[in-house]
Design a protein around this ligand. Structure first.
Ligand code: KIV
Ligand code: ZN
Length: 515
């Protein structure tokens, strides 16, 4: 099957990515991300782990209904109930895949599964066979494959393919392997597994040693034709292989790696921002491809070279990842038509209500801010759309602070389940006073772990983008908020995190979920 050079892109932002502490996504957020991934040309979208909770089941089901071009995938352990639940959730999908996995390394089998290898092997066959009752498109993964015994791994892969798996995934679950070793492992499987030509070899790399992208590329060069990855490299612990990096590496170094993907790279920046806004995980400025500095040239020597010929210091164009020069878009006199056209140009297709809300916020922003840039509109629209179904909504805020005030105070109005509530609170500083007021109006057993502010654009009138991380009983959530007023942005971020906490309280992940 791997005679061609087309590499399938399997996105697991909504499954492995969601396993990052704090990165929960609700059903509507998953639909938004899924549609963005589909538009981007992702081949397979892993939408979740249906047995994990009712919320996860419904999210996978909703994505299965919403997506028509990409294959929608659900994860299942090698257990009947898991597979049946995944099969059920995926029922509405036009193209569906069940991804079933079991650990194959001696350590995982002995300590986690407490099973003998022969029993694991039997479960490989049983799980794939059961999954085939729901779809012909079954993927099998040997968890911790890179620390598995080669002979045993070969037997498992062969059994999975015999039972009907069309894709066999060889995960580096703990981010332990290195490129030449992983290359050799894939080659070994190609040489030794007799029926390997009947399946696509997939790779799934974690980034514990910062090698996830390098390992994935090495595996492609050895014959793998599916790469599992996430937007912004989100994922368990140090994350997964970053989609934008692996795709741009293949595109930029075609001379050395003659493989193609179906990804429209021009949508990379937009989707990176979308995932960052929804999960509340900011992108570090020096992150490859999507960091704010990825295409910035500061030093005089570099700027001089760039002015003479961009190729001197730029190996790919900003436009190829969807970055445009910051251009002044509109001011407070711009009308609704121009605003709608701008939204379309930025890749948004919103309903009338959402456009009206966003337009109102744009007008408010244009009143406060002299120049409104594309980045401002993206921040504002993502912020507004993200909140459509929130139970707790921001209404108004007045903060009194400064050196002449003995104790800063915040007067706040929130809408909680449709009812507007008011509170006034003091604090050690304005942010403390504001957060205390929020706590008075909501169920409050959460702790603030992180509070971060950054400016969306340059200038003192820039919008502030605030990230807040809350913790409650060992569960963490992140929220984001944007506004020209830093305190309003802070309120929005805290409320965004609280709304996620409400969803999280309903979720109950099953034991031994260690993908
Ligand atoms: O890291 C891992 O092994 C996984 C599997 C479920 C593919 O996420
Ligand atoms: Zn994983």
């Amino acid at each position: 099957m791997s005679t061609n050079n087309r590499v399938l892109i399997f996105d697991t932002t909504m499954r492995d990515g969601e396993q990052s502490p704090g990165a929960s996504m609700n059903r509507d957020e998953k639909i938004r991300i899924a549609k963005a991934l589909e538009e981007m040309g992702v081949d397979i979208i892993e939408a979740g782990f249906p047995i994990a909770s009712q919320g996860d089941f419904e999210a996978v089901q909703a994505v299965a209904k919403a997506v028509t071009q990409s294959t929608v995938c659900g994860l299942a352990r090698a257990a009947k109930a898991d597979i049946d639940r995944a099969g059920e959730a995926l029922k509405p999908a036009k193209r569906k895949r069940i991804h079933t996995f079991i650990a194959t390394s001696p350590l995982h089998m002995r300590v986690k599964l407490q099973m003998e290898p022969e029993a694991v092997l039997k479960m490989v066959t049983e799980s794939v066979t059961r999954a085939r009752n729901y779809t012909d498109d079954v993927e099998w993964s040997g968890e911790d494959a890179t620390r598995s015994d080669h002979d045993f791994l070969c037997r498992c892969v062969e059994a999975a393919i015999d039972a009907g798996a069309r894709t066999v995934n060889i995960p580096d679950t703990v981010g332990y392997t290195v490129p030449d070793e992983y290359h050799a492992l894939i080659k070994m499987l190609k040489n030794r597994v007799p029926n390997i030509d009947k399946a696509v070899i997939s790779v799934h790399c974690h980034n514990d040693l910062g090698l996830a992208v390098a390992n994935s590329l090495a595996a492609v060069q050895a014959g793998a034709r599916q790469v599992e990855c996430t937007i912004n490299g989100l994922g368990e612990r140090a994350g997964n292989c970053a989609m934008e990096e692996v795709v741009m590496a293949l595109r930029t170094r075609k001379d050395h790696m003659p493989y193609t993907t179906g990804i429209k790279t021009e949508l990379i920046t937009r989707n990176s921002h979308l995932v960052s806004t929804i999960t509340g995980f900011p992108v570090q400025p020096n992150k490859a491809i999507v960091g704010a500095n990825a295409f910035a040239h500061e030093s005089g020597i570099h700027q001089d070279g760039m002015l003479k010929d961009a190729n001197t210091y730029e190996i790919m164009t900003p436009e190829s990842v969807g970055l445009r020069k910051s251009n002044l878009v509109m001011g407070k006199l711009s009308g609704r038509h121009a605003f709608r056209a701008k939204l379309e140009e930025l890749g948004y297709t919103l309903g009338d209500n959402a456009v009206n809300d966003a337009f109102k916020r744009f007008k408010d922003l244009a009143d406060k801010k002299r120049e409104v840039f594309d980045e401002d509109i993206v921040a504002l629209v993502d912020d507004a759309v993200m909140r459509e179904n929130d139970r707790i909504k921001f209404v108004s805020l007045e903060v009194i602070c400064g050196t002449k005030v003995a104790k800063p105070s915040a007067e706040l109005e929130l809408e909680v389940d449709g009812v507007v509530k008011y509170a006034k609170a003091n604090g050690d500083g304005p942010v403390d006073a504001l957060f205390n007021a929020i706590k008075e109006l909501t169920t409050n057993s959460q702790h603030l772990q992180i509070y971060q502010v950054h400016a969306v654009t340059g200038g003192t009138d820039a919008q502030a983008e605030v990230m807040v991380r809350l913790e409650e009983s060992g569960k963490t959530v992140q929220g984001q908020g944007a506004d020209a007023d830093t305190l309003v942005a802070s309120a929005r971020a805290y409320i965004n995190a609280l709304n996620k906490l409400l969803v999280k309280r309903e979720k109950n992940a099953p034991a031994a979920m260690s993908a």
